[in-house]
Design a protein around this ligand. Sequence first.
Ligand code: FAD
Ligand code: SIN
Length: 517
Amino acid sequence: MIFADVLVIGSGAAGLSFALKIAQEDGNLKVVIATKADGGESNTKYAQGGIAVVVDKTDSFENHVQDTLIAGAGVCDESVVRMVVEEAPQRLKEIRKWGADFDLNKDGKLDLGKEGGHGENRIVHHKDVTGLEISQKLLIQICKTKNITLLDHHYAIDLITEHHLTKKAEQKKLTCFGAYVLDVKSGEIETILSKATMLACGGLGQVYAHTTNPLVATGDGIAMAYRAKARIKDIEFIQFHPTALYLPEESPSFLISEAVRGEGAFIRTKSGERFMKKYDARLELASRDIVAKAIDTELKMNGDSCVYLDCKHLEIKKFKQHFPNIYEKCLSIGINIKIDEIPVVPAVHYSCGGVDVDKNGQTSITNLFSSGECSRTGLHGANRLASNSLLEALVYSNRSQRAVKEILPTIKLSENVPDWDEEGTITPKERVIISHNRKQLQAIMSDYVGIVKSNDRLKRAHKRVYGLYQEVEELYGKSKVSVQLCELRNLITASYLITQSLRQEKNQGVFFNSDLE
Ligand code: FAD
Ligand code: SIN
């Protein structure tokens, strides 16, 4: 058994900033981070555009609040939106203090990019690799902080609650005592007991065949919380990014940042039409739900496989300075953005919903907190405004840290938690069943639960996902646990929750069912 004051699951912006803050505030606390791959692997690592923060005098908190509310299509919690927007400058100051470097303009002020749905330039960025910069600088600080232990290649299987203490747990209010974690290299399952647990497992893009999310984004946090009986909310709001590079053989999809459109790039059909004028007065800088749906409509109408991002008219020197990563990626596949247009398609990008939390990141389970993409705070409503996600992670990790600090002295480690009870005995000789089911699930979700949904397709998806659920539960019951099997199980749980959106009665934000028209 491993004992910790605080267990953090996940090492993206949410998990790392939370761990750092709580460990730095009290050097006597023992903080353990369990993360399933390398410490640096996460959605955070791939974030391009930046962080939305009001820093310019010509901008205002009110402008940022209104842009967020409009993008969220009436589903945001306005008090949460105000709180996050107003706390943003402090969090920016803090990550700069931790070493994160952001681009400056020629006057030495922060260079502010623009993205869809924003009425002002307010995206603070590090070229087009903002997430990598943040992740690396946070990891450097983590390594220097003696009371943090980072366990990489440690996969959290399940949260520990009263259900593991007694099979008859009937309590209405459950408590989290830590997690069962698989040491991927040794194959051992460790019990990590903690007074407070922070669930920061990121997104679920891998539920779909085409996503900008890396392989680790398998909805583990949401699925673990659901099994532990935490409240999950708004999970039907799956956001598609309008402009992922169209390279069907490449997975995950490479993102062409929305900030490129912020610099003035156009979207055209194969025949050259700048079609956004038919859909929204903000043209290419309408919010993501609108641009992604417009592209989907055009592709279906014209029978094309992709649309094109036209950057030919942009100043190349400036483009290379702001977007060196995108420029190089395009060149590597023979696209010179000064001469050629970039083929793009929408791809699954972000989960607006997740584990429901209050303003301190407290979930419906005692001593279990959640921050970042796997949580649902009320900030995004039915459609996240661009670059509000890293911001949400930093603000909620900071707030959770304060709340956890308050309650820690009152919590004792539980003494009667049993070790992991491995029911299964079989180690599947072939992984093909698992990989086949993962592909099948991704095909079901991509074909039936895409940008435009219908009752019939949702019903079929729900039924097929349930079939896979039964098959995989049976396999899980008799097999020794493995990362592949646990991830498949979690992807199925996340899909099951998404396809329940059949109950959604209104089209809002990213949720669009043609039968509700
Ligand atoms: P993540 O960064 O995804 O971290 C989750 C961590 O949990 C990972 O370390 C993962 O390995 C670990 N983990 C998962 N499951 C387990 C488990 N079972 N056991 C142990 N560890 C586990 N947002 C913006 O605001 N601005 C942007 O410019 C931007 N650009 C983006 C570009 C791309 C290509 C992508 C994919 C996303 C982008 N986003 C952007 C969204 C944003 O990056 C994420 O929402 C945000 O980084 C999430 O942070 P997080 O800490 O919650 O999760
Ligand atoms: C992008 O750079 O387009 C991604 C921004 C985001 O997801 O917020």
